[in-house]
Design a protein around this ligand. Structure first.
Ligand SMILES: [Fe+2]
Length: 178
């Protein structure tokens, strides 16, 4: 049995508040991409789907006079840092194993290159998958954040993905830890 499921995560008011801010459709699509990528690469599907679902949970609303201020966002955004911390706190509260919470938080922290130092460094397979999953659902101009789906459909997709992950778990095919 998985201690914390995607349903548990998704039901929490913190997840509801911040996932809606950056777009439920994008979060759920990224989680599905992460599931397939993790299976293909032998990475833990439980960690990959949770990290991808929560990867944008750290976004702030950069609005000025009722409109999104892209320049302010570009200059001041730290959503991956904030998201890593927010996801970690949420997962620990829900009873996630601290090692899993750490791996998920690190994958969220490193899902974007936007403010990382330049140079040669290598992501773990889990970290790479969360980055690819995000990119696979991206649209020009950040339009992926504005795609909408109904709450009912979002719940249906989350439950379906939980079933897929649990099936892998039952078959002992979760993949490596990281
Ligand atoms: Fe994203």
């Amino acid at each position: 049995m998985r201690t914390v499921t995607l349903t548990h995560v998704f039901a929490h008011p913190i997840a509801q508040k911040y996932l809606k801010r950056s777009g439920l459709a994008h979060a759920i699509n990224a989680a599905y991409h992460a599931y397939h990528l993790a299976l293909r690469h032998g990475v833990n599907v439980d960690l990959a789907t949770k990290a991808a679902l929560l990867h944008d949970i750290g976004h702030y609303t950069w609005y000025k006079n009722g409109r999104w201020d892209y320049e302010q966002y570009r200059q001041n955004d730290i959503h991956a840092i904030k998201g890593a911390e927010r996801a970690h706190k949420l997962l620990i509260r829900l009873g996630e194993h601290p090692q899993n919470a750490k791996e998920i938080a690190l994958a969220i922290l490193l899902h974007t290159d936007s403010y990382l130092p330049e140079g040669e460094w290598k992501r773990t397979p889990l970290q790479a998958i969360v980055k690819w999953a995000d990119e696979a659902d991206e649209e020009p101009g950040g339009r992926h954040h504005y795609r909408t789906i109904s709450d009912d459909f979002a719940w249906k997709k989350i439950r379906q993905l939980d079933e897929l992950v649990s099936r892998q778990h039952a078959q002992g095919r979760l993949g490596d830890i990281v």
